[in-house]
Design a protein around this ligand. Sequence first.
Ligand code: F6R
Length: 598
Amino acid sequence: MCGIIGAVAESAIKPVLDGLGRLEYRGYDSSGISILSNNEIQTIKARGKLNNLKQRLSMQALEGKCCIGHTRWATHGKPNETNAHPHQCGQVSVVHNGIIENYLELKRKLVQWGHHFNSSTDSEVVPHLINHYLSQQMTQEEAIEKAITQLKGSYALGILINGSSNNLYAIKQDSPLVISQGNNGFYMASDAMALGADSAKIYYPKDNEIFQLNSHEIKLCGNSINKKIHYINNQNSAKLISKEGHNSFMEKEIFEQVDLLKRLSVNSHANKYSTINFKELKKITIIACGTSYYAASVAKTWFEKYAHILVEIDIASEYRYRSPIVTDNELAIFVSQSGETADTLAALRYAKSKKAQTLALVNVANSTIAREANFTFEIYAGPEIGVASTKAFSCQLAIFYKMAIEAAKQRELINNAELKQLIFSFAQLPYIMEKVLQRCTDMKAMAKKICKYSNVLFLGRGALTPIAQEGALKLKEISYIHAEAYAAGELKHGPIALLDEQMPVLVIAPKNNLTDKLLSNIQEVQARNAPLFIIGDKSIREYINLQEDDFFELPPMPEAILPIISVIPMQLLALYSAQILGKNVDQPRNLAKSVTVE
Ligand code: F6R
């Protein structure tokens, strides 16, 4: 993960610090900058959040036209100041996102050549290698080129060299990187979102192209720039900073879902979905990680139920290592909010190598996954800043729902009345969601009780099992309460052994054809004295004796949209539990928003 940024501009430190603020979602255990000031590289780093670095910088008047910055998510080496980037060797300073897999071997060699290392990171080998080749009278470009031929693994690098000319270099392999030309300077960063209002033109470098940013131009070393320029909307980055009156980005993003779904239900992207020939498809494989994987799990139930298509789902980190069978007429869908998740990207490349037709479902439009897939559908959730994914999940589900309807239509497996009902249900979705959000204080009361426990078991059935899993993931991510989820019928096959007064069980209990079965599972829980909490239909209360605070009522709604609605109380539960426990909701420990390492 980690976020990197660099600028060649008047007062380059400002865009770098602003950009680091926007990149903090990629890691926040330490940060640092290097700036060329008075013909010297000055490096300042700090452990912890970016504010610590800003405080240090406020104590010294540093100015310069060439600056690189980094916000870290530790892979190799503890999160401390020594391991924070940039790493420097002589007149070379480097920021790195990715993993240098052969760093031990390189380090051994460099130590033999007399180099001394300060950190326990993999990244530090890069400035040492470049410096080594510079000392052999190579030019800056030659030294960088030679150094990167030694590297195995993934990297996006920002390299500052203090030499006869002051240059910033940027280069990548299998890690995201953008290069940008603005009116007031030249920039590089891990993603377009990090760039401020000055950056209109964005270049997406190919692997191992070396870019030089100097005070006059951006130069593709060895060649002239002849690349497609993607324009980004500068407003995005400015808008990002505001929580719009909420306590956290996550809270803002949860409450934003109503408007997003209103927009999705009004905008007809149906024409786009009809570009996929569902009629001829033999199989859909959906591949993703984390929350996006749970969206895939719900989608499977819709495609199978409404369009009768065989659907396989897989976790991206497993997919390409299990020799999956890619058949003719198979559509492989890759779901990713960030569009940069390394495991999902690697799985996409694997599927493409096996000649599968690939479709990306992403939130970040110009992300690597979006650019590499054969087809791309956006989920239009807008920038998601809270590390725990919320609005991206409901928007992913909304798009999958629309795709399943289109598939059902093309395959003529659904009559007009059923089709109308599905479309009508979708139109109701934001209004029902609004009602659920209006009851948020009920969820505060439930969270107050739940967050007194160290463990929670979530139960669901059918399409609500992945929602229970998503609820457990949300709770553990931001409140650090251990939570697991099961399909309710699985309880008796093992997890029931855990039940006692200290193991609360939260059940999603709608009114549907499985209610009776679920009620039996609930009885099994109560018989073992486990504290019971229910998110469910009002009618459930007729059968189960529960205190007011232990029940969160779901309004009546069509079965098809239940998964999209019932995730809302799950998100609120996690949010309020974390708030009550005083945790950092937007930046939970050990996590980062975009997981760009394997
Ligand atoms: C959980 C969460 C993660 C991501 C996962 C995949 O709240 O955010 O589990 O869902 O890392 O990320 P994307 O969707 O960006 O590929």
